[in-house]
Every structure is written in C-alpha cells, then in structure tokens.
Design a protein around this ligand. Structure first.
Ligand code: HXC
Length: 262
C-alpha cells in the first residue's frame, strides 16, 4: 500500500529498510511545506510498519536539500511565523521516530537541509557533501535545531564560526570533526552504505534497537550519572523481553537468533 508523493520517492529496497528520496530537483530539494508534510507522512508510515527496522533518507547527487524554501518564507511576517508556529511541522519530524534514521548526504545540505541531515541518528556523507548554515546571509538564523545540533556535534567554536560566517563545511571536514559517521568515495557508495547499515540494524531485535537509540539519545540531555542510571534501567527492562532470551540462548547453543520483536 505504498503512497505516491509529489516531492518524495518512497520504497523498501532491502528487507526491513524504508527508503525515502527527496525529489524536488527544480529547487535543489528546497524544503517547502508540502514536502515537509509528505516527509512527515512517509516517516510516520515507516514508524508504524512492523516490517521496517530502520530508515534511510537521502536527496540527489547535487543536493540533499538546499534549505527551507526561501521563496515561501520571503513575505512571511512575524505574526504569520509566530501565530502559525512556522516550522512546527518540522519539529515533530523526528521526535516521534523511534526507529533509527540514517541520513545519506550528497551535495548541498544547507540551512534547513543541514538541520534535516542532523536529525538523522547517523549521518553518512558522499565526497561532495557540503554542510552549512547560511541563514545569516539572508538576515535570519537557523530555525530547525541547527544552532543546537551543530554545536553538540562539532563544538561551540566551530559551530559559532559556521553559523556566524555562513561558510560551508566540506565532506572531509565534516568527517574530521565528527559531524558525520563516514565519508564515502562516491555518491552511490554513500547511499548504498546507508542502506547496508540500515539493513544490518534491521536484522536485530527491534526492541533492543529501540532501547539502544533511546539511551544514546538520553546522553544528549542528561548528565553522566543520570544517563548511566537511565541506561541501566532500560538495560534491566530488556530482561523482560523475549528477544533477550532468544538472543542469549541462541549464542549459547551456537544458533542464529530468530527475533520476535517482543
Ligand atoms: C528556494 C531554492 C533554494 C531554497 C535553491 N533554490 N535553493 N529555492 N529555496 N533554499 C532554487 C533556485 O532559486 C533555483 O531556482 C534552483 O533552485 C537552482 O538553484 P541555483 O541557485 O540556480 O543553483 P546553483 O547556482 O547550483 O547554486 C546552488 C546553491 C544556491 C549554492 C545551493 O541555490 C543557494 O545558495 N541556495 C540557497 C541556500 C540557502 O541559503 N539555504 C538556506 C535557506 S534558509 P530557479 O527557479 O531560479 O531555477 C533556511 C532556514 C531554515 O534553510 C530555518 C528553519 C527551517
């Protein structure tokens, strides 16, 4: 029951893997509101689908996404923006998503595009991936989490420099700074690498994967002591799952585990 979208291509190219390609080539995948609403829908569908264990989001070779749609924002007033909570449709883009999301970035990931890339649990980059928060050049600032996520990812000095100058970050620099988990040699390898990692994740117990994502994310909000305690509680909880018994019994018996996701 796959839906058709105007600005996305959605498929399941590998067992357990949901694949979303941004497809608005004329505007370098600029993230207009209709596109964001479609993306929300596609992510929600994959979140709800029992068979899907991980999701990959990518753009084109030229652009992951060149930002929020500037032409759509151009005439927006403060009252419009504040009153209608502009960008709110973005803020729940990933907050409901409990399944891992890998963003595979080729070409431009600027402004809202960079922010969207950083909403991924893992970011992979192709050789020409170009990250940046150029909002300053438009008389505004990042509005979909860029100032927070970029600073957490690469530290205050580098994030300040990036956001205050609007200068871009190359794929190599993004790799060196730890903004991305891996830099690939070709755009195809970047996407294939993301799909392979997603397939690997999807081959594990969805219960354990969900718990793993949850505890790593907690490290972003909690101090080390609370974080470690939180992790231990969730770890203890997994002894109530069938998959813990299945996984450990299979190891002891030299069998391959058959996960129930229970
Ligand atoms: C609307 C955009 C766009 C955008 C590109 N286009 N980026 N339209 N919003 N963010 C459109 C262009 O207007 C053009 O349309 C077509 O896509 C091709 O773009 P070109 O500029 O001709 O391509 P190129 O010369 O290759 O330059 C690529 C580029 C440049 C360097 C990425 O397009 C660019 O600087 N884009 C804007 C990047 C940016 O400022 N992003 C941040 C946006 S603010 P036509 O009709 O002329 O062919 C933001 C705020 C986020 O994201 C806040 C919260 C979400």
């Amino acid at each position: 029951t796959e839906k058709t979208y105007e600005h996305l291509r959605v498929s399941t190219p590998k067992a357990g893997v949901g694949f979303i390609e941004l497809n608005r080539p004329k505007a370098l995948n600029a993230l207009c509101t209709p596109l964001i609403l479609e993306l929300n829908q596609a992510l929600r569908d994959f979140q709800a689908a029992k068979s899907i264990g991980a999701i990959v989001l990518t753009g084109s070779e030229k652009a992951f996404a060149a930002g929020a749609d500037i032409k759509e924002m151009q005439n927006l007033t403060f009252s419009d923006a504040y009153g209608k909570d502009f960008i709110e449709s973005w803020s729940d883009l990933v907050t409901f998503l409990k399944k891992p999301l890998i963003t595979a970035v080729n070409g431009y990931a600027l402004g809202g595009g960079c922010e969207l890339a950083m909403m991924g649990d893992i970011i992979y980059a192709g050789p020409k991936a170009t990250f940046g928060q150029p909002e300053i050049k438009l008389g505004v600032i990042p509005g979909a989490g860029g100032s927070q996520r970029l600073t957490k990812a690469i530290g205050k000095a580098r994030a300040m420099e990036t956001i205050l100058t609007g200068d871009v970050i190359s794929a190599k620099q993004a790799g060196d700074w730890g903004l991305v988990a891996k830099v690939f040699e070709t755009p195809e390898e970047c996407v294939d690498g993301a799909l392979a990692t997603a397939a690997k994740i999807a081959s594990y117990s969805q219960i354990a994967v969900k718990a793993a994502k949850e505890v790593v994310n907690k490290s972003q909000d909690l101090g080390i002591r609370e974080g470690v305690e939180y992790e231990r509680r969730v770890f203890h909880g997994l002894f109530g799952s069938q998959d813990q018994k299945i996984g450990m019994t299979a190891f002891a018996a030299k069998d391959k585990p058959k996960w129930t996701n229970q």
